[in-house]
Design a protein around this ligand. Structure first.
Ligand code: AMP
Ligand code: FE
Ligand code: FE
Ligand code: ZN
Length: 293
């Protein structure tokens, strides 16, 4: 049986692994295919493609866009996006700037609470264009200002806690359109995390291609529920661990094993989308570099 993990983060957003380390773990665990889905970033895709190529692992370039619908946060995975698409890159740059400004605001709030965290310490640790709350949490622990990441979120960073700052997001419909115009397939991430089932028909209407049925935080019952929804709305089925390396405790890669047939279906759907009449491109073992068509 061949398996895939289609939801992974590196240190180009809030993970702790490099693309090369992630591919090394994927290879050790026997994964046939991996996708990189850093938050509001595609920066790690070129290195991950090269590392997958060297390891003989199929690679799918991707991203995880932070979006919202009616004040509910929705994460949209974009698979097979062209990582050089100018509209995608300029939107991503805008939301990366939002993320960076938000770090300054969160640290200012912490300082207002007499928590002496330095903003430079957060940026030194984040060292990426797409920083987020996990970096602030890790900086708090590293500076000895919190005992654990959990404590940092519970005391300061969770929604409506004193150092939490809301984040401007694109609309979920805009995110689907952005992924499509970059040549990708739009997939709703971890729908079971905030139970946003009523948004699914709205996104389907906007052209949603798939739904992440398998995720570390989905129980068997939850996965089955979303498999039924995928069937009902004719959506592609994806899954992944949402591994962040050590930034949320232990690395999760290996906890979700998506049967490889779903990778083939995803790839076939992408081929059909981009060139309905031309001959399809194969999904090569050894890295799919087609993200830079
Ligand atoms: P941000 O994009 O900056 O809002 O941060 C979101 C990230 O923080 C996601 O990767 C979440 O999984 C993570 N996160 C949110 N709440 C918590 C929590 N209570 N404990 C640990 N991580 C969290
Ligand atoms: Fe994250
Ligand atoms: Fe997510
Ligand atoms: Zn994720």
């Amino acid at each position: 049986m061949k398996f895939a993990d289609l939801h992974l983060h590196t240190y180009f957003s809030d993970g702790t692994f490099s693309p090369e380390e992630l591919v090394g773990h994927g290879r050790r665990l026997g994964f046939a295919a991996l996708a990189l889905t850093d938050h509001d970033s595609v920066e790690g895709c070129a290195r991950m493609a090269a590392a997958c190529d060297a390891a003989g692992t199929v690679f799918i370039p991707g991203t995880e866009l932070t979006a919202e619908h009616n004040d509910t946060e929705i994460h949209l995975l974009g698979y097979f996006v062209d990582t050089e698409n100018q509209k995608l890159l300029s939107k991503i740059a805008k939301f990366q700037a939002v993320r960076q400004n938000r770090i300054h605001e969160m640290v200012a709030r912490l300082n207002g609470l007499k928590v002496p965290l330095q903003v430079e310490a957060v940026f030194a640790l984040a060292n990426c264009k797409s920083p987020g709350r996990p970096h602030v949490a890790r900086a708090l622990v590293k500076a000895g200002l919190c005992k654990s990441l959990d404590e940092a979120f519970e005391r300061f960073l969770k929604k409506n806690r004193p150092a939490w700052v809301p984040k401007a997001k694109m609309s979920a419909l805009e995110a689907v359109e952005l992924i499509h115009q970059a040549g990708g397939l739009a997939v709703m991430a971890h729908p079971g995390l905030n139970r946003t089932d009523d948004v699914i028909p709205v996104l389907v209407e906007a052209g949603l291609d798939g739904i992440e049925c398998f995720h570390t935080k989905h129980s068997t019952v939850t996965s089955e529920h979303y498999l039924e929804m995928a069937d009902q709305y004719h959506l592609l089925i994806t899954g992944g661990s949402d591994c962040h390396g050590f930034s949320k405790g232990k690395p999760l890669i290996g906890t979700v094993k998506l049967p490889y047939e779903h990778v083939e279906t995803l790839h076939a759907a992408w081929n059909a989308r981009r060139a309905p009449v031309a001959s399809p491109s194969p999904l090569p073992a050894g890295g799919d570099r087609t993200g830079t068509r």
